[in-house]
Design a binder for this molecule. Structure first.
Ligand SMILES: C[S@@+](CC[C@H](N)C(=O)[O-])C[C@H]1O[C@@H](n2cnc3c(N)ncnc32)[C@H](O)[C@@H]1O
Length: 813
């Protein structure tokens, strides 16, 4: 029944539409069109029902019988579709190459390859950015633009009540003795659920900016990844897979998503079905690494060269890609790459593109005819005086404009390349190598070194400037068909162009080539080193060398190794220091609970969850004595919350390879206020004896700087060394194991915090910021090492860079 009803509606719509169209052609007045009764059969404009009907039919099919979409903008869609259809018919006659195409076929195929740009869309960026992932477009609508999964360190949602803080018992082992370290420790934590927007607010405006990142993120399965890397195919798909894309969308959305690149230059529309897929579907970026990581744990994120070589593109049916054409690469844990994108497996497969030989226009063999045709159309459509007009000349001009724009990063209003990049935490090295081109000819190098700006060019802007760019199939003076454009995809997934376009002497002239090459500097990226064990993802990135990260096992919480005794008799704990009502929000109580009493009715945390400044300052400056400190515990401190997964958020810090010989380090991607909880130092709880044995086994090769927990500090006697508890994060640990040392002026302090009930009474080491920390700043803590003392474990040479550096050797060198 439903089907019948639908058919009925369609029929009605068709009839109405024909009438409306005819009326529209006559009046060009939507108001009059509204009242269209009795207009059926009007053929005043020579448009027969036969002409109109199939177009209307297709439009209705395309818009799922949503007549409103067709009706919008004074039926412009319909009019354009019919005109296109008629034009196509005319072209077919001129070319004499479309004999096999029946009129109906032409009507069916052509109108939907060219989407009318509504006047309101004139200033919009290329809709291709919206359409890069046909199979994902529906999801995109619901996603925030360019949101990156990063986390937040601040904790303004904390409603912590009392926390129980103890004196720091971080210690180092020296001369067979543990030294309690009065220097702070530190560490990192991520929490909360504020998403990080990779693009500016402006950019997230749909009308101004593409949504490359979003789209890819939303398509996070493996196949999507492949799409990412094979952007060319995607782009092509976007044009051709119109019908697959437009399900039930508003016309504006549909047009925005599906409009072909060739819109501005009408001549290109002819070659839409046969032009090679638009290469830099830059949308592959953002997502590429995301998806790559989704599929695998880590990867080298860059695709292999995508070379749209003539041999790859031209087939016996014209410029149709071979099966192997799209060459997105995926990678496995070892960074091995494998071909991941098979054109045949792409969305384009759905398109009647190369499947049934329906396209018989052999443009490869008649490029001149096509150009001629396009020129004619340009002349006709734009009333260009014929003398001197040349399509290739026009293309050249566009291309040169693009190239010129590419030398500055200020060619679009909404481009903020540096900001974008820095917000990603990816430093853009001005000295980074430009990928060498084959057949380099300095004379043909469009960008001399001196004119190359250091600013990255975000590729999407390229499309904003010249949506037709990938479609250049020839040139007059500058042989664009032989140019390669080198694109780099940075670790954030953004594609940057190296503004390095060179003509290739060695290449056959009939191909457009877009080459995506991996930057020579090796990047390594792991999306989430926690493997999903934390509430937020914590990525690892190496922009410095090929090190792919240490081998260790991520654990979100301490684990107890063998003999470590973490269960202490309750009798050892001063009960009056424990608050039985601590499970609630102590901070909100009018009369502070017992927990606060021990801190002179001062709670350690602000309502925002930061460690209070007074407490912090006291803590840092105080000379701690174990026995002077009371035992506290609290179930609602930031640390506990993070352990309980309450602080669900997206990590806003990551592990990175330091450039200054410290190995891996940890840095924030956001500004962090003073007193913010960063993370806990997590590792294996071992006894000092066990640790000693480990060090022996490691033959002193490994630098292990364990934290001495020394939990039994409330007992009367002195804790024996062999029973003292330590945290060893060398094999099992969390992100804190990546925090490097800095002498004295580190930006973190480690504060012992008790978060468990007394029968699990050892403290946790929580790291808090000692000052405001800026985005991209490395997070450090003072290990408390006496570099000039002998140490059972081979000490590293300190490269902390602090003017207070205690390592004399380092200071000298
Ligand atoms: C807890 S790990 C920190 C993460 C470490 N950088 C890595 O790559 O895994 C401590 C080790 O980092 C290195 N390190 C930390 N701070 C350093 C500094 N200021 N100068 C030189 N090396 C440092 C030392 O090798 C030390 O043994």
């Amino acid at each position: 029944m439903e089907g019948g009803g639908k058919a009925h509606r369609r029929s009605e719509n068709e009839a109405s539409s024909e009438a409306l169209l005819i009326c529209l052609l006559h009046t060009r007045d939507a108001a009059k069109v509204k009242n269209h009764e009795g207009l059926q059969g009007n053929e005043e404009f020579g448009l027969s029902r036969k002409t109109v009907r199939p177009v209307v039919k297709e439009l209705l099919k395309l818009y799922e019988d949503n007549w409103m979409l067709i009706e919008e903008d004074n039926y412009r869609v319909l009019v354009e579709a019919i005109l296109d259809s008629e034009e196509q018919k005319a072209r077919n006659v001129v070319l004499g190459q479309l004999d096999a195409w029946s009129e109906d076929e032409a009507e069916e195929n052509e109108p939907f390859l060219k989407r009318p740009r509504l006047s309101s869309q004139k200033n919009q960026s290329s809709p291709l950015f919206h359409a890069s992932m046909p199979n994902c477009s529906n999801e995109v609508e619901d996603q925030p633009h360019g949101k990156q999964k990063l986390a937040e360190f601040t904790s303004d949602k904390y409603q912590d009540k009392d926390i129980k803080l103890k004196a720091p018992h971080v210690a180092t082992y020296c001369r067979g003795k543990w030294k309690t370290n009065s220097s702070p420790l530190h560490l990192i934590v991520a929490d909360q659920a504020e998403e990080y927007n990779l693009i500016s607010d402006n950019e997230s405006d749909e009308t101004k900016s593409p949504v490359p990142f979003v789209q890819m993120e939303n398509c996070g399965d493996e196949s999507d990844l492949h799409h990412d890397f094979s952007g060319t195919a995607n782009l092509y798909d976007d044009h051709l897979a119109l019908e697959e894309n437009v399900s039930g969308k508003h016309l504006h959305e549909v047009a925005h998503e599906c409009e072909p690149l060739s819109y501005e230059l009408p001549g290109f529309e002819v070659s839409l079905p046969v032009v090679p897929p638009d290469p830099p579907r830059l949308l592959l970026q953002g997502s590429s690494y995301e998806n790559c990581s989704n599929a695998k744990e880590s990867c080298s994120i860059y695709p292999e060269v995508i070379d749209l070589d003539a041999e790859d593109i031209c087939t016996d049916r014209g410029l149709i890609p071979k099966d192997t054409y799209s060459v997105g690469k995926s990678c496995d844990l070892e960074g091995n790459h494998s071909e991941s994108m098979d054109y045949k497996n792409s969305e384009a497969e759905k398109i009647e593109y190369d499947a049934q030989d329906t396209l018989k226009l052999d443009i490869a063999s008649s490029l001149e005819a096509v150009l001629k045709q396009v020129e004619e159309q340009c002349l006709k459509s734009y009333r260009i005086p014929q003398a001197g007009f040349s399509l290739l000349g026009l293309m050249k001009e566009v291309c040169e404009c693009f190239l010129a724009a590419g030398t500055t990063s200020t060619y679009t209003e909404d481009v903020k390349p540096e900001n974008e990049m820095s917000s990603l935490g990816n430093s853009i090295d001005p000295d980074s190598e430009i990928c060498p081109a084959e057949g380099t000819d300095d004379q043909l190098n469009l960008f001399s070194k001196s004119t190359i700006s250091n600013d990255p060019v975000i590729i999407r802007n390229l499309f904003q400037i010249s949506p037709q760019f990938p479609r250049f199939v020839g040139s007059v003076h500058l042989d664009l068909s032989r140019c390669r454009i080198y694109l780099n995809m940075d670790v954030s997934g953004s594609v940057k162009m190296d503004r390095h376009i060179k003509e290739l002497n060695s290449r056959a002239p009939s191909s457009s080539e877009i080459v995506i090459v991996q930057k020579q500097r090796c990047y390594h990226y792991v999306k989430d080193i926690t493997k999903g064990q934390e509430a937020c993802e914590i990525s690892l990135i190496n922009e410095i060398n090929e090190d792919q990260g240490p081998t260790f096992n991520y654990i979100p919480k301490n684990v107890t190794y063998k003999n470590a005794c973490v269960r202490f008799p309750l009798a050892r704990i001063s009960e009056q220091n424990c608050c039985s009502n601590c499970s609630g929000d102590c901070l909100s109580l009018e009369i502070p609970c017992t927990c606060g009493g021990k801190l002179e009715c001062e709670f350690a945390y602000t309502l925002g969850g930061l460690v209070k400044e007074t407490f912090m300052n006291n803590f840092i400056s105080k000379s701690y004595s174990v026995q002077q400190n009371d035992l506290f515990y609290c179930e609602d401190c930031p640390l506990e919350r993070s352990n309980g997964g309450i602080l669900v958020g997206k990590c806003k810090g990551h592990v990175f390879m330091t450039p200054d010989r410290k190995g891996w380090g940890l840095r924030t991607l956001e500004d962090i206020p003073k007193g913010a909880f960063i993370c806990e130092y997590v590792g294996e709880v071992v006894t000092s004896r066990e640790l000693f044995e480990r060090n022996i086994q490691n033959s002193g090769d490994k630098h292990t700087y364990p934290v001495l927990l020394d939990a039994d500090w409330n007992s009367e006697g002195v804790v024996k060394d062999e029973e003292a508890l330590c945290l060893d994060a060398s094999v099992y640990g969390n992100i804190a194991r990546f925090i490097n040392h800095r002498c004295f002026d580190a930006n973190l302090v480690g504060i012992p915090v008790e978060v468990e009930t007394p029968d699990h009474h050892y403290y946790h080491l929580a790291f808090f910021t000692t000052r405001e920390v800026s985005a991209l700043e490395e997070i450090t803590w003072d290990y408390g090492i006496d570099f000039n003392d002998c140490h059972p474990v081979k000490a590293f040479q300190c490269h902390c860079g602090s003017k207070f550096c205690r390592d004399r050797k380092s200071v000298k060198s």
